[in-house]
Design a binder for this molecule. Structure first.
Ligand SMILES: [Fe+2]
Length: 351
């Protein structure tokens, strides 16, 4: 399986993975032979690339922290949760049980897949961005939280807050949230009120621990005190919120939005590292640089030799030097441990 940006997707290519929209509805099943109509529809949905199955990449295994079916069910649940918030209602008891079960599921998968580097590729649709974003942030936060040494209860709280962190946005006009332009002062103030709105809705309607609601309230605070809503700084911001902050920015910047094209994972990681100690907690940034892949498995890269290759494996702590498969010769080169390849560098990620 390999990942190709939409401008390289051609008719008759075979889809390597099920494609869901942000509400958990199946758009196309795995192994669909793509038609021109499929391709136009997928582009219209705002999806920027697809996993394709072909003979060259058949042995490339893309391991995801969250299995596709679990992700689909989680998207459905989050969609429902946000719908309830919009109606000003809380969940019924069975629905709350389902939420707990999904949190448990994410925590278990994060703990089970600890040897997998988080491989983020944006498969989000425009319309249902918030649901996809909430799911992905919960997973990235879980991955970072586990490596930051959080205990079981804290991990559950962090993943719950990841699912719910932007729930206050349902009370902000969607046109403002998605506006492909610079916001006015009044509009900016409305958007910046979403952590408080979410916090108050959750406090009134649920019995989550203070750790969860506080994390939702503080997810836009900056480590140096430059964030909002309370301009808290340093250790006054809860540790869970400092982890969630990195996960939130990493996912938001690598996503396709109406107001910006997705940044490459390497660009986002550079942004996060540059703002370590300012916007982000330096300890969390250190963990993120080890755990989040810069060259995701299945992606094509350009090498300093001019050749192109497919990323087939990542190495924890050496995210700049993955194992690659040469596109022309099929040769497999481990850039992290190969004396013959010390002078080969990756010059471009083709996404
Ligand atoms: Fe937010």
């Amino acid at each position: 399986m390999r990942y190709l940006p939409m401008n390289q997707i051609k008719k008759d290519m075979i889809l390597g993975q099920e494609l869901y929209d942000g509400r958990g509805n199946l758009l196309l099943p795995k192994y669909t032979k793509l038609t021109d109509d499929h391709i136009s529809y997928i582009i219209f949905q705002g999806i920027t690339g697809l996993y394709i199955d072909d003979s060259f990449s058949r042995d490339v295994e893309v391991r995801e922290v969250l299995e596709p079916e679990v992700r689909r069910d989680t998207l459905r649940m989050i969609n429902h949760l946000f719908q309830r918030a919009l109606e000003g209602q809380c969940l019924t008891e069975p629905e709350e049980d389902e939420l707990r079960c999904k949190v448990e599921c994410v925590v278990n998968q994060v703990l089970d897949e600890q040897d997998v580097l988080y491989n983020l590729l944006d498969l989000k649709t425009y319309d249902d961005y918030t649901y996809c974003h909430s799911t992905d942030v919960a997973v990235v936060a879980g991955v970072l939280g586990a490596k930051c040494g959080l205990g079981d209860q804290q991990l559950h709280e962090l993943v719950t807050a990841g699912f719910l962190h932007d729930i206050g946005k349902v009370y902000v006009n969607a046109e403002i949230i998605n506006a492909p332009r610079r916001l006015t002062e009044t509009e900016r103030a409305q958007v910046m009120d979403h952590p408080r709105l979410g916090y108050e809705y959750l406090k009134e309607n649920y019995h989550f621990s203070d750790a969860v609601t506080q994390c939702v309230y503080e997810h836009h605070e900056w480590y140096n005190g430059g964030g909002y809503p309370c301009r808290k700084k340093d250790k006054d911001i809860s540790f869970l919120a400092r982890i969630l902050k990195v996960a939130d920015v990493f996912d938001a910047m690598t996503s396709n939005r109406s107001y910006h094209a997705p940044y490459l994972p390497s660009e986002v990681m550079e942004y996060i590292m540059a703002r370590s100690g300012m916007e982000f907690d330096p300890d969390v940034v250190t963990v993120a640089t080890r755990e989040l892949s810069i060259y995701p498995v299945g992606c094509e890269v350009e090498l300093s030799t001019g050749a192109h290759a497919l990323v087939i494996r990542n190495h924890r702590g050496y995210t700049l030097r993955p194992t690659i498969k040469h596109l022309e010769t099929g040769e497999i080169i481990d850039l992290s441990d190969n004396r013959k390849s010390w002078n080969i560098t990756i010059t471009k990620l083709l996404m």
